[in-house]
Design a protein around this ligand. Structure first.
Ligand code: NFE
Length: 469
């Protein structure tokens, strides 16, 4: 008979995500991924001044807020037909790149390594599941030392972001029309000096530690296989080739690479606590009606799908679509692709710094239109992020956001297909149901963040909380 294990909270960034897994014969035979808080950002943004939407939508999350600044700006720039200057685009990419490095470094040392490396016998390392720790004492000490060093490096990434972003999280440097802080010899030098220290850490700590992890836990090259369908919207707009990205967009299914078709994105809600009418083919027409008593539903996350299919999104998707990573599609491949991406983006950032032209414009002034529509598609750190906006009478009429974690952590869809994390969990061996450390290892390889996928909703200034009974 199957034994049910409930793991909640799952992420180490924040709570509000729950996994229910059924274990039978030493393996997971079924898994349910539940976002247990409602996000409601779409409702908060209605009737707002579009110029505020870029700042407000960043509040969806504290770790990837620059991604929302990018997606929101791109959506309104499409709606208002704005072309931003070369310098503005480079500065935005530098802000976004700094945030990506902070996310990827933090993910490896903070969110993943405690599942594999025995930390000290004190919080935040305890309480924990006891795991099959495989590192020698010397390796363990070294990795725990790097964990502490990564705190400083993660702060350095934030310091770097602040140079052009003003503050962190929720920067003021990315806005509709371009960027807000012009480059000069001083701020470029400050940025570069931090970037060089971060690159040294990536080369001398992160990459060797990833390599060591992959050797010690080689079996994780066979675990956590997701849907094997990959989606990316592209990341970091190319300042020299309008419409292109430094990390290219694409869809990879059965080894076939096809062009991204935004019209193929839709959302289903059969197992989500939303009214059935919220199922939508056209995201621009998407609606958000809460239905907390819906029979059979188990998540506040909707089920985004591409041509009706479950997709995995994130650094592994980007690397497979660009062709830079071909090894596999497992837990370890997911982790490796992320670390290699940190190295790649840090190198790109150094090139971008050289492309800044002090004294040239960073911002295009514009007249807001009375009525307009736009879509902002970019990858965030964890995968594809889209903002769909409609403006009516100078105010936001409708705002729909689909985050990376909604793609990866989605519940089943209208055809009962499990989401990406659910798929990856099914079949995973569990050695000890009292210490099911394998669940976290598989789930966290996606770098899940339920704050982006779910959120607190405050109708009438009151925080409503909906939890699974
Ligand atoms: Ni809260 Fe986010 C990222 C966005 S959702 S972290 O990356 O967008 O997963």
């Amino acid at each position: 008979m199957a034994k049910t294990l409930v793991i909640s909270p799952v992420t180490r960034i924040n709570g509000f995500w729950r996994l229910d897994v059924q274990v039978e014969g030493g393996r997971i035979v079924d898994a349910q991924s539940s976002g247990i808080y409602i996000r409601g950002m779409e409702l908060i943004l209605q009737k707002r001044d579009p110029r505020d939407a870029v700042y407000l939508s960043q509040r969806i999350c504290g770790i990837c807020s620059s991604a929302h600044a990018m997606a929101g700006s791109l959506a309104f720039e499409q709606a208002y037909h704005i072309r931003i200057p070369h310098n503005g685009m480079v500065i935005r990419n530098l802000i976004f790149g700094a945030d990506l490095l902070q996310n990827h470094i933090r993910h490896f040392y903070f969110l993943v390594m405690p599942d594999f490396v025995k930390g000290p016998e004190e919080p935040p390392f305890i309480p924990r599941y006891e795991s099959d720790y495989r590192f020698t004492k010397q390796e363990t000490n070294r990795l725990n030392e790097h964990f502490l060093q990564s705190i400083d490096i993660s702060r350095l990434c934030h310091e770097m972001l602040v140079i052009f972003g003003g503050k962190v999280p929720h920067n003021h440097g990315i806005l509709i029309g371009g960027a807000s802080v012009p480059p000069n010899a001083d701020n470029v030098r400050l940025f570069l000096s931090r970037l060089e220290r971060i690159r040294t850490f990536i080369e001398e700590r992160l990459l060797p530690d990833m390599e060591l992890l992959s050797r010690k836990y080689e079996d994780y090259y066979h675990l956590g296989i997701g849907p094997q369908r990959f989606l990316t919207y592209g990341m970091f707009p190319n300042e020299e080739k309008p419409g292109e990205f430094h990390l290219p967009p694409g869809v990879l299914v059965n080894g076939q690479l096809t062009e991204l078709k935004p019209d193929a994105i839709h959302e289903m809600v059969k197992y989500s606590w939303y009214r059935d009418e919220d199922r939508t083919e056209d995201i621009m027409r998407g609606e958000t009606h809460l239905d907390p008593d819906k029979p059979g539903a188990y998540s506040w996350i909707k089920a985004p799908r591409y041509q009706g299919q479950v997709m995995e999104t994130g650094p592994l998707a980007r690397a497979r679509v660009s062709g830079s990573y071909t090894n596999g599609v497992s837990v370890m491949d997911r982790l490796y692709a992320r670390v290699l991406e940190a190295k790649k983006v840090a190198a790109l950032m150094q090139d971008w710094l050289n492309k800044l032209e002090p004294g040239k414009p960073i911002y295009t002034d514009y007249e807001p239109l009375r009525n307009a529509q736009g879509i902002g598609l970019t990858d965030a750190m964890r995968g594809t992020l889209g903002h769909w906006v409609e403006v009516e009478n100078y105010h936001v009429k409708s705002y729909q956001i689909i985050t990376p974690s909604a793609w990866n952590m989605s519940p089943r869809d209208d055809h009962d297909q499990p989401g990406a994390v659910e798929t990856a969990l099914i079949g995973t061996p569990i050695a000890d149901t009292e210490n099911p450390v394998e669940v976290g290892r598989v789930a966290r390889s996606f770098d899940p963040c339920s704050s982006c996928a779910t959120h607190v909703y405050t109708p009438d200034g009151r925080i409503s909380e909906y939890m699974i009974p």
